[in-house]
Design a protein around this ligand. Structure first.
Ligand SMILES: Nc1ncnc2c1ncn2[C@@H]1O[C@H](COP(=O)(O)OP(=O)(O)OP(=O)(O)O)[C@@H](O)[C@H]1O
Ligand SMILES: [Mg+2]
Length: 434
């Protein structure tokens, strides 16, 4: 079967369009580091699933090769070849036949090599035997790409020792539509309201506004990291980041024009990888533009947030971005859409419904044009909620932060907060009594 036909078949089978998309499984399957994976399959279908998974962004750093021949081929192969980080064996053998073969394979396995077995029998005793022999995971065929990626990801992403942060990429459908403003306010909300550690990576090296928006004037930042990404380690990262508050740091852009900025997709990848090892959330502020590295960041991010103003050019550009992402990220949720600067009196606008229909994406928020709150916040180097907690936009930013982190509880916070507010006079009285 051609690669394209195969992809289409798996998409139908496993993803069932968007209706059957399992967002939680997609969330659990985290990006896999630069490891080598070799698979040996008895079954053609398992081989096809592996090949399909190998093309997913989560496995893009890993080196995957898929061979036929099952465990016999694996044993023969490793007699005189070193073993990779992970061997996946798809086998039709039952327990009594499989275990001695596995022992033979173990004789040629290097110490660090892990093994996943894909078998045909849903058998607890066999499962226990395999674990005793050091097999990391036993999956029962037929496997699906997302389940397979989740299993591999569980082996290589240990939340206790090796946290891998989520990367949120923010891009504007056009220049000046408020993408950076949305990025900064949402990141701030995550850090203040959800008390999660967040780093904003400002990739608008020449004109970025992260420093201004948070009232900071860093001497060094992300450009130093991008110039020599191989030198970036936790200590250097610590020196290059600017801490804005307990939970929020910025990786600021230099914003000078006396140098050329040649960013490569690889350096971008390396820098973001180091940052994501250090914080649970990385908000990447992308400039509006199109280059190999912007495309790479969008394709690799865990979530993409497109900010658009409700006009025709924004609609066209947003649609192009959505279509590209849907084609290239078949096993991911659709990008998020934020409609910004909406409901300007007398301006002819494309309606929310029309926008959503054209893109086939539901907007996570519509933010009204609010000249007063946004200009005051920008000029003060503050976030909208800091400047005016009652601004409607503050609520929208909370909704976006929740949607992106797949939390549903912020709205529930509100009655609790107003409940507390209602109790405030009584609490005051109690204080007075004491
Ligand atoms: N909803 C809004 N109402 C009023 N002003 C807004 C709103 N959203 C953003 N702005 C203002 O619009 C201006 C542009 O915003 P911002 O710099 O975030 O856009 P951008 O899409 O990142 O632009 P660039 O293409 O330069 O990266 C800022 O002055 C910001 O304060
Ligand atoms: Mg911007």
């Amino acid at each position: 079967m051609s690669n394209q036909a195969q992809s289409a078949q798996f998409e139908d089978e496993f993803m069932d369009g968007d209706a059957g998309f399992d967002a939680e499984a997609a969330e659990r399957a985290r990006p896999i580091p630069r490891i080598s994976i070799q698979a040996f399959c008895d079954d053609q279908r398992s081989a096809e699933v592996l090949q399909y998974a190998a093309e997913d962004r989560r496995l893009s750093k890993a080196h995957v090769s898929v061979h036929m021949g099952g465990i016999a081929a694996a044993i023969a192969h490793y007699v005189d070849s070193p073993t990779p980080n992970l061997i996946i064996v798809d086998t039709a053998l039952s327990g009594p036949a499989l275990l001695p073969e596995l022992d033979r394979l173990a004789q040629s396995c290097d110490p660090g090599t892990k093994v996943i077995i894909i078998g045909r029998y849903n058998d607890v005793l066999l499962y226990r035997e395999l674990l005793k022999r050091g097999v990391s995971e036993y999956l029962v065929a037929p496997i699906d790409p997302m389940g397979l990626m989740e299993s591999i990801s569980n082996l290589y992403n240990n939340p206790d020792t090796d946290p891998v942060g989520h990367v949120f990429a923010f891009i504007g459908a056009k220049g000046g539509v408020g993408s950076s403003t949305v990025c900064h306010n949402v990141a701030w909300t995550l850090s203040e309201v959800l008390k999660s550690n967040v780093t904003i990576a400002d990739l608008d090296l020449a004109f970025g506004t992260t420093g201004l928006d948070f009232n900071q004037d860093p001497v060094q930042g992300i450009a130093e990291a991008l110039a020599a990404p191989e030198r970036l380690d936790d200590q250097l990262l610590d020196r290059l980041l600017t801490k804005c508050s307990e939970h929020l740091s910025i990786f600021a852009a230099p914003v000078v024009l006396d140098r050329d900025y040649d960013i490569s997709p690889e350096s971008c990848d390396m820098v973001i990888d180091v940052v994501r090892q250090n914080v649970p959330y990385v908000a990447v502020d992308l400039p509006h533009g199109w280059s190999p590295w912007t495309k790479r960041v969008l394709l690799q991010a865990d979530e993409v947030i497109i900010t658009a103003v409700p006009d025709l050019a924004n609609l066209r550009n947003a649609k192009n971005i959505v279509d590209l992402l849907r084609t290239a990220r078949k096993n991911d949720a659709k990008p998020h859409l934020v409609l910004n600067m909406a409901n300007v009196p007398k301006r002819q606008e494309i309606t929310l419904k029309e926008f959503e229909q054209a893109l086939d994406v539901k907007a996570i928020a519509t933010i009204d044009y609010d000249c007063e709150s946004f200009s005051q916040a920008a000029n003060n180097g503050q976030m909208v909620e800091e400047m005016n907690p009652k601004a409607k936009a503050a609520e929208r930013f909370r909704e976006i932060a929740l949607a992106m982190t797949h939390r549903r509880d912020v709205k529930a916070d509100k009655p609790a907060a107003s409940g507390l507010a209602a109790l405030a006079p009584f609490l005051e009285k109690l204080k007075l009594k004491r």
